[in-house]
Design a protein around this ligand. Structure first.
Ligand SMILES: C[S@@+](CC[C@H](N)C(=O)[O-])C[C@H]1O[C@@H](n2cnc3c(N)ncnc32)[C@H](O)[C@@H]1O
Length: 270
């Protein structure tokens, strides 16, 4: 398929601005999920919420269609990133990958690479598996696991790259970075668990602030992931930060976060 947008089009994921309406919410409720209650009681990262949002293919497409620009940014970023690793073949884990569109797209482009899409919600994984089968893509597998389960079962996949795409939100209104660092820790420890030594993790997100960034770098630091400032960038379609798994002494996480923010400011001024 020629480009990322036509790949999404072929799956019925096209640009639109419509949101879930009351009829959609009723349908979701009839299938066992009360969206408002889930959001209030379980929060935006919960397994139930992501099962509810992907409960039927029609609802899932509505969610994805409202997010096409962001999804396109990730598709393009992941397939640009694989050549940067300068390896002919390897293994990628798309952690908190949901339906795994970026992995499905990259698996087609890089048949020598193998992709594992991992999430705690089964509904997006089932849809992603269906789409990968429809497109005859053999080098991808979908797994139901929580971050905590990955940490407990140690390194099963020996990954060359872990993608954490819009799983973390490094922004906080607190004056203290500790709660956010703690919240982000399981995803980062799980990423480090999946990686080979010296392999890379690409983290993408939309909004961030200075304290959120400091919390992210600290959580990564605690997990044994060292920031790679040169490759990290802020772009219209999302911010990408690269980390490398290391056993070396890494110095001061807060100072590294400030260096990164200085680079982002310099890049934006140019
Ligand atoms: C905002 S979605 C992003 C999905 C996908 N990476 C993308 O960019 O479209 C965050 C995903 O992280 C998953 N997630 C959140 N917490 C998790 C956990 N503790 N273990 C496994 N997956 C988790 C959610 O189920 C959801 O699919």
């Amino acid at each position: 398929m020629r480009n990322a947008a036509s790949f999404l089009n072929a799956l019925g994921v096209t640009r639109c601005t419509s949101h879930l309406n009351s009829k959609d919410k009723k349908e979701i409720k009839s299938l066992g999920y009360d969206l408002d209650q889930i959001i209030e009681n379980e929060g935006s990262t919960s397994e139930n919420l992501h099962n509810a949002l992907f409960v039927t293919e029609r609802i899932a497409k509505k969610i994805l269609c409202g997010d096409v620009e962001r999804v396109l940014g990730t598709l393009e970023k992941l397939s640009e990133s694989i050549p940067l690793l300068e390896k002919e073949s390897g293994v990628v884990a798309d952690l908190g990958g949901g339906v795994g569109l970026a992995s499905i797209w990259s698996a087609r482009q890089y048949p020598q690479w193998y992709f594992h899409v991992i999430d705690h919600a089964t509904a997006p994984l089932i849809l992603g598996e269906k789409w990968a089968k429809q497109l005859n893509i053999p080098n991808i597998k979908f797994h139901r696991r929580t971050f905590e389960e990955i940490i407990q079962t140690k390194n099963q996949f020996e990954c060359d790259l872990v993608l954490l795409d819009y799983v973390l939100i490094p922004g906080t209104d607190d004056q203290d970075t500790d709660p956010l660092t703690k919240e982000m820790q399981p995803a980062l420890v799980a990423s480090a668990t999946l990686l080979k030594d010296e392999a890379h993790c690409l983290i993408r997100f939309g909004h961030f602030n200075d304290l959120g960034m400091a919390a992210l770098i600290q959580a990564a630091w605690n997990a044994g992931l060292q920031i790679v400032i040169d490759n990290s960038c802020v772009e219209n379609r999302g911010t990408s930060i690269w980390f490398k798994k290391t056993t070396c002494d890494q110095g001061d996480a807060y100072a590294e976060a400030m260096k990164l923010l200085d680079k982002f400011e310099l890049d934006n001024d140019q």
